[in-house]
Design a protein around this ligand. Structure first.
Ligand code: AHG
Ligand code: MN
Ligand code: MN
Length: 314
């Protein structure tokens, strides 16, 4: 339910105050607030920055846009100067950036600074995705995240976070402050929208059959090509499924475990949904490398379970 229910006084609960209600330590509150602050500079880059290519490539060998590089620099500098970060991994950096060697009580952060960056030049919504772990190891299972969040740069700018105690949405007001707009967001058991990523002519039979099942039950196709707005729609409506399956020629699909799948799976599971590779929960993957990819089915529990059945030929 939107937080500012009709007839109720609209409390301007800001992010820091809400984080203090979450029984987490001050360093984590500081880190999440720093990330929220950094997003204001990313917004400015998205709205006015250069749309051209950077002339470089990322961890995956993909051509980087100037916006990817600029957003990455904004996030990295903010994390380095936060004083509470040990190691940093970014979809746009080749290797882990070590801020402080093995300092206890610190956090490690994996982020995608601007997911969907190629959509900016057609003015579609894009976002920043962040995953936070305790300590210095960034190749932990996603279930060990202590926080995950995304910032969605759409018609409104919103931020969604969880520290494992519910999932909460904040919307940026005219003063560029994030104020609480939805608290303890919950997914329904099954939904009525689906987001099929990737080329359909490369889908396996199980995935095609699953889509026929969804269409037969009256689901509507909702796909923008941006992972953050597509997931946000499923989460805010509380009913739906996003999928980016294994494709012929790409058995691990496209999306990245550390920078995209783990944070979104943490959020969706904390909202009562599910996230699977088709054979195991996303959050149980033990990453072997920074650039690991995996197929994903994420959203309502019953829809994800049905996807797993079809994908495994049941
Ligand atoms: P990124 O811009 O960080 O590379 O991510 C793009 C991803 C994700 O946003 C989206 O779900 C997916 O690419 C769309 O891929 P297709 O165009 O193959 O559907
Ligand atoms: Mn991405
Ligand atoms: Mn990206």
């Amino acid at each position: 339910m939107p937080y500012s229910e009709p007839g109720k006084t609209k409390f301007q609960t800001d992010l820091r105050r809400h984080l203090r209600s979450q029984d987490i330590c001050d360093n984590l509150i500081h880190l999440i607030c720093e990330i929220a602050e950094a997003s204001k500079y990313v917004i400015n880059a998205v709205r006015t920055g250069d749309l051209g290519v950077a002339g470089t490539s990322n961890l995956y060998g993909e051509e980087q846009l100037a916006l990817d590089v600029l957003s990455d620099r904004i996030m990295r500098k903010r994390l380095i100067h936060s004083g509470v970060v040990c190691n940093i991994a970014s979809e746009e950096m080749e290797e882990i950036y070590e801020v402080k060697a093995n300092a206890d009580g610190l956090y490690s952060v994996a982020y995608d600074p601007l997911d969907g960056s190629s959509l900016v030049d057609v003015n579609l919504a894009v976002g920043t995705i962040v995953s936070i772990y305790s300590g210095c190891d960034l190749l932990q299972e996603g279930r060990k995240q202590i926080a995950a969040m995304y910032i969605l740069y759409g018609p409104r700018v919103s931020m969604v976070y969880s520290v494992g105690n519910g999932v909460h949405e904040f919307t940026m007001n005219h003063l560029m402050e994030f104020t609480l707009t939805r608290e303890n967001i919950r997914m329904q058991p099954s939904g009525n929208i689906y987001s099929p990523g990737g080329l359909r002519n490369k889908y396996n039979d199980g995935d095609e059959n699953f889509i026929r099942y969804l269409e037969a039950k009256g689901c509507k196709l909702r796909y923008s090509g941006g992972f953050v707005p597509d997931i946000n729609q499923v989460l805010m409506k509380g009913k739906g499924i996003f999928m980016y399956p294994a494709l012929n020629g790409s058995p691990n699909g496209k999306l990245r475990v550390l920078f995209e799948l783990n944070p979104m799976a943490f959020l969706i599971e904390n909202a009562g949904g599910a996230a699977s590779t088709g054979s195991a929960p996303i959050l149980d993957i033990k990453p072997e490398s920074l650039d690991q990819r995996a197929p994903i089915y994420i959203g309502c529990v019953e829809d994800v379970n049905k996807a797993v059945e079809y994908v495994n030929g049941r």
